[in-house]
Design a protein around this ligand. Structure first.
Ligand code: BGC
Length: 259
């Protein structure tokens, strides 16, 4: 049993969340811990926040962390909403591993959430093309074909025209849950705007199934009735646990095979 436990962490724009995951079942064992993301987004403080969570579980096993940016060979390549330029080029896995005294694996946060849904949730046993979009501070993307992930896709960064400023901006600035709150849109207005974005994204990859996750997913009754795309569309089953569970699952797959 001990073997199937991995610490999963989800590093987000407003909170760093963690929990022990039973990767055989795809379930959290016990409580989820959340601490606010350091306001300065200083990389060292982000690492300290992760270490604080590991310490709260007295953890010294392997750990998987979702991070909101492109990750290649464990190095942060982009960080639009967290850490900015200061964190780019950082091998976050190494730094977290050193701070926590354990082996860590880093993965894009949406890829982590998508993997959890594919393995244990709304995308379980789905063949064909499955697209997961996490809608929160930003918009994260995870694309699967027959269960296999195409990593680091960034549909939240498609350049789209902001009709108020006539400037082209990242789609997530217009259609994320944070944009809904910033502009004080009603759910209906936001959903109709988001639906246009969904139709566009659909036309780029023609998924068989779209899974909507992230913060907005917990309010699905407010907006799903306005959504109309030419494929099946559902909300994430693992809710705000998906990022933690997927990061732990990936770490177990990669790090356990190494040792
Ligand atoms: C980042 C993505 C991330 C998404 C959700 C975007 O700004 O570029 O990598 O998955 O936010 O956190």
């Amino acid at each position: 049993m001990q073997d199937s436990k991995v610490l999963g962490i989800d590093i987000g724009g407003s909170g760093v969340k963690g929990g022990i995951v039973d990767v055989k079942k795809g379930k959290l064992k016990g409580e989820r811990v959340r601490i606010p993301t350091p306001k300065s987004h200083d990389p060292k403080l982000i690492v300290d926040a992760v270490a604080q969570i590991a310490e709260s579980f007295e953890w010294n096993g392997i750990m998987g962390c979702g991070f909101p940016g492109v990750i290649r060979s464990q190095v942060i390549e982009t960080a639009a909403n967290l850490g900015g330029k200061k964190i780019i080029g950082t091998n976050l896995a190494e730094q977290i591993g050193a701070a926590c005294g354990c082996e860590a694996w880093i993965i894009n946060d949406a890829d982590a959430a998508g993997l959890a849904e594919i393995k244990y949730g709304a995308g379980k046993n789905c063949k064909g093309v499955v697209l997961m979009l996490t809608v929160g501070t930003g918009i994260g993307t995870a694309l699967f074909t027959d269960g296999k992930l195409v990593p680091n896709l960034e549909f939240g960064h498609l350049r789209m025209r902001d009709k108020f400023t006539s400037k082209n901006v990242a789609a997530e600035k217009l259609y994320s849950d944070a944009a809904r709150k910033n502009h004080d849109y009603t759910w209906r207005v936001w959903a109709e705007r988001f639906n246009k974005y969904l139709q566009y994204v659909h036309s780029l990859c023609w998924p068989d199934l779209i899974i909507i996750g992230g913060g907005a997913a917990s309010k699905s009754e407010k907006f799903m009735k306005y959504i109309d795309v030419d494929c099946d569309i559902v909300t994430a089953e693992l809710e705000n646990r998906a990022g933690i569970i997927g990061a732990a699952y990936m770490a177990s797959k990669i790090l356990k095979n190494r040792s």
